[in-house]
Design a binder for this molecule. Sequence first.
Ligand SMILES: Cc1cc2nc3c(=O)[nH]c(=O)nc-3n(C[C@H](O)[C@H](O)[C@H](O)COP(=O)(O)OP(=O)(O)OC[C@H]3O[C@@H](n4cnc5c(N)ncnc54)[C@H](O)[C@@H]3O)c2cc1C
Length: 368
Amino acid sequence: MIVGAGPAGSATALGLLAAGVEQVLLVDRGSARPFAIGESATPDVAQMLGRLGLETDLGRLGHRPYHGNLSLWGDAKPQADYFLQRGHGHGWHLQRAEFDAWLLQQAVDRGARLMCPTSVKWCTRSEGVWQANLASTDGKQKRVQARMLVDAGGRRAPLATRLGAQRRRLDGLVGLATRATATPALAGMSLVEPFEHGWWYAACLPDGQAVVTLMSDIDVVRSQCLQDWHNYLSAWRTTAKVAELAPPCPPQEQDGQTLQPNIQTFAAHSSYLDRAAGQGWIAVGDALLAFDPLTSSGISGALSDAEAAVPAIVGQLAGDSIASRHYAERANRTFIRYIEGLHRQYGAEQRWPNSVFWSRRHAGPVGV
Ligand SMILES: Cc1cc2nc3c(=O)[nH]c(=O)nc-3n(C[C@H](O)[C@H](O)[C@H](O)COP(=O)(O)OP(=O)(O)OC[C@H]3O[C@@H](n4cnc5c(N)ncnc54)[C@H](O)[C@@H]3O)c2cc1C
């Protein structure tokens, strides 16, 4: 039973079905968000989809090529970094909700059973078998049995934390995201621009709009009132490149009133689980290790965890926990590499030494 049908959960289901596991149940509580975030898929994502036997030309599914990044990191002058120059093909700018729904549909088409909107009320294990009580939003309850549980439930790791694992959070990063006008100069690129209280991010979406996100710590957002549309807009307007390449959409009118644009807040803190797997369970994707969106590696990390988790799950089903130990060691190595890389990257921006946001990043990760 896999809890969470995002990229990590769907890819784990696909990998297990391909490995011959016949009964795979995906349980998801469903999302009430008006739009999904996380549209930039790095070039390795298509290769991982290919290894699952899926379409690798995501252009056929309506997504758009993503060629590289424009960045004003550490310098007021924009630098362009193209994947091709690093010897990779291009990545994809995704219509994210559609990508996730497509991946899930692939798992269902290949035999996974889906229960959504449904969440797990409780689960207990006896003699190697989990009993779980599931509840759908219309109040119906169902009891299921499973031999392995997979936590693919995102940053909160809803299952693993229930089973006693601890979630460690390294910072208070949040993303305040809204839609913007996409200019032709932004096509195929993602843009990152630091400012005193964090950094801005912009990218073109396949529907022709852009997504613009202000990234900062939740307490800084509150102290600077950055959730307030006027402050958000004035910070946006003072950017050097974001306002030029992804300017605010023209105000919408309804019944003679100007509508306030929708700003959605997303948790974006780095966090990790103190155990990658236990007896009869394993964690994948954000549930295991949630990356700072600066790395744009959440989707590839989720797919890569799924790939690595399949032998560990199959091993546990056969009564062998060695592959689970290897999986846990891999998670430790990934975490150490991630922390070192993140520290290096934030260290390369030194223009606001007195800012709370930047001085925290320069002091190094907390909670490790
Ligand atoms: C602001 C922001 C920008 C980002 N930008 C990018 C980007 O450009 N590129 C990139 O690669 N990554 C990006 N990411 C990260 C990326 O979106 C995630 O890493 C990725 O979605 C992780 O996939 P997942 O399947 O592990 O988790 P999720 O996508 O979070 O999926 C978890 C699933 O579990 C379900 N669920 C949660 N709790 C329960 C429960 N209790 N019971 C049942 N179901 C449950 C949810 O409904 C959801 O479907 C970004 C993240 C943020 C916050």
